[in-house]
Structure formats: C-alpha cells, structure tokens
Design a protein around this ligand. Structure first.
Ligand code: ADP
Ligand code: MG
Length: 338
C-alpha cells in the first residue's frame, strides 16, 4: 500500500479515541473544564450509563460567542500559550483536546453565556460537523449535552460495558473530583435520581461525608503534615476499618486526582502490622508539591503523574500518615522509623 496522509475526519476519530474511552472519560474532561472556568456549582446528569445522554452544567465564566467554534478545534486552548507554560500548569486542562474529541464521537450541544453578557449562544456539533449556532437567552455559565456517544464509531460502542458499570465509573470520577474541590457544590443525577450532593462548604470532611456517607466519614483520622516543601492534608481510615481493596485510596496532587503507586505503597507501608493481609487502608489525601517537581504531561487521560523526586513524596506520605496514627495513639513513637 502506498503511504497517504489520513483525511481529517479519520485522524480526528483516531485522536478522539486517545482521550475518550467511555462516558466517564467525557465527564472527567468536561467537569475539569467547568472547574478551570471557575465554577462554584457543577451538576452532572447521566442516563443509561451516559452513552445515551450526559449533561454538565456549570456557573463558570462561559465562552464568548465568537470563540465557541474555536473551542471545539483540536489543540485550541485558553490555558497555555507557549512552551514554558508547560512547566507551570495551574489548570486541569491544557491540551485543547477534550471538546474536539467529544465533538468527534458524539452529538454535542453547548449553551454558554459570559457573565454580564446580553445573550448567550447555542452551538451544535455532531461527529465533528458543525450543525448550528444561534444566539439565545440562557443562564451565565456553560451547559453541555452529549447524546449518542460513539454513534459514528460502532467498534467503540461494542466495548462499552453494561449501563450500570459505565454509570459506576462516572460516579467514581465525579466523587473523586468532588472530593478534590470541597469549595465547589457538586450534584450527580443518575437515571433521574440524585446520587449525591456536596454542598461546597469548603471543608474536605463534609465533601467526604456527602460522597461516601456518614459511616465512612466517622471512621477517619485527620492528617496534617509537611516536610521538604511537600504538604499533606486529609484523612486516613482507622486501621480497624481497612477495606478489601484499594478503591478507596484517593490521592490528589496539587488538586488533581491521580493514580500513584508511589503514594499507595507509602500509605500501606505506614499501616504495616496494623492491618491484616488482604486489607487495605483507605484515605483521601491532598498533596501539595512544588509544580515544577511533578510532570502531569504523561498521558492524555492525565491520571498518571511523574515526580522528579519519588522518595521525597513517598517519605512525606509515609511520615504524614504515621504521624496521624501516632497522634491518635495507634502506634508509638519508637515505631516511627522503619
Ligand atoms: P483545554 O481544557 O485543554 O483547554 P478543551 O478542549 O477541554 O481544552 O477546552 C477548550 C477551551 O474551551 C478551554 O481552554 C476553555 O477556554 C473553553 N472551555 C471549555 N469548557 C468550558 C467551560 N465549561 N466554561 C468555560 N470555558 C470552557
Ligand atoms: Mg479541558
């Protein structure tokens, strides 16, 4: 076969597949956009696992009417301008890929209005093809509705799991994000029922209470620690209430939810001898590290991070957690050093 450059529609679909695997990845990207837009309330609604219908509403800054079509172009972003910005990222997004990707594989409708603007716009784009833009009256902020995810990629559709599994994945993502932003009010509506509502009063504890319920919240110990420029705030579970798996180990680095083996290992190391084999500590821990010591530019889904100094991070988690356990009389000082 001879070598040809792929037509734009095809390369768009391939690129979209990198960012969007399932409804939960759409929700993650769009909720992060709402946060970057400075929203103080975010409502997520999904039906039938999300592939049929998803809606994200925020009261953030909105988008200027003339910039809406640009926002849907690949690599279009308001968050970075030049190479140097990559080393100092303060927003959750920066790749300018989410809206383009969602628009490539779904039927998207956006309503958006900037604060103080006279009118907003309704913009529609389906499978990468623009199909309508009009002025409209709407509340300040942005609402995005996505219908029929992967309607044009049957192969992807086949990989979607049962509705309940996809819905659970969406819930898990919205939960983590709600925990990482206790100052934002989050509501998740799943098949017409409200699954949780976090009031956004600013405290991590009430976010945990809203998301995981009272009994989990009651079994926690506070953590507050800092060492070597890394600070650690949050909660860990009392050893007696350790869980059967790691799904309740939640780590945030500079406000971003991450999966970090380094952090999990350090956490579990701190609980060694306190929990039985096969049991795992749960936590919600917020790490603040100097931005230049963490690389979030590892994968489009951005759940992975790389630290310039793994040891420093692991030590902060280990001693921060040990300290909390010690202050609550669960271990003694001489057990601090491994
Ligand atoms: P990125 O978040 O990486 O910049 P996206 O494709 O997710 O890329 O979004 C493109 C741009 O559209 C953003 O940079 C932002 O300016 C704008 N945008 C997207 N979602 C929202 C929103 N909910 N509120 C305000 N602006 C938004
Ligand atoms: Mg984004």
């Amino acid at each position: 076969m001879s070598i040809t450059v792929l037509p734009k529609e095809l390369s768009e679909l391939i690129a979209a597949g990198e960012v969007i695997e399932r409804p939960a990845s759409v929700i993650k990207e769009l909720v992060e956009n709402s946060i970057d837009a400075g929203a103080s309330r975010i409502t997520v609604e999904i039906r039938n696992g999300g592939s049929v219908y998803m809606r994200i509403t925020d009261d953030g800054c909105g988008i200027a009417p003339e910039e809406v079509p640009t926002a849907f172009l690949r690599h279009a972003t308001s968050k970075i301008l030049e190479k140097a910005d990559l080393d100092n990222i303060h927003t959750l997004g920066f790749r300018g890929e989410a809206l383009a990707s969602v628009a490539a594989v779904g039927r998207v409708e956006m309503l958006t209005k900037q604060a103080g603007a006279e009118y907003g716009v309704r913009y529609q784009i389906e499978g990468g093809t623009e199909c309508g833009m009009e002025r409209t009256g709407c509340p300040e902020g942005t609402t995005i509705v996505i219908r029929d995810l992967f309607f044009n990629v049957p192969a992807r559709q086949k990989f979607l799991k049962k509705d309940v599994t996809e819905s659970n994945a969406v819930s898990a993502i919205v939960q983590k994000i709600a925990l990482s932003h206790p100052e934002i009010a989050f509501t998740l509506i799943r098949d017409h029922r409200r699954e949780f509502h976090a009031a956004g009063d600013g405290t991590l504890y009430s976010a945990i209470y809203a998301v995981y319920g009272r009994s989990f919240a009651q079994d926690l110990l506070p953590v507050s620690y800092s060492e070597n420029g890394i600070s650690l705030e949050g909660y860990v579970i009392k050893p007696l209430y350790a869980k059967n798996n790691r799904s309740l180990q939640t780590f945030f680095i500079n406000g971003r939810y991450v999966k970090s083996v380094t952090c999990s290992v350090a956490l579990e190391e701190a609980y060694r001898t306190l929990v039985m084999t096969g049991k795992f500590p749960a936590c919600v821990l917020m790490l603040t590290v100097p931005p230049e010591t963490v690389d979030v530019n590892v994968h489009p889904a951005k759940a992975a991070v790389r630290f310039t100094d793994e040891k420093r991070v692991s030590s902060a988690v280990f001693f921060g957690v040990k300290n909390a356990l010690m202050q609550n009389g669960l271990i003694y000082e001489f057990q601090m050093r491994p």
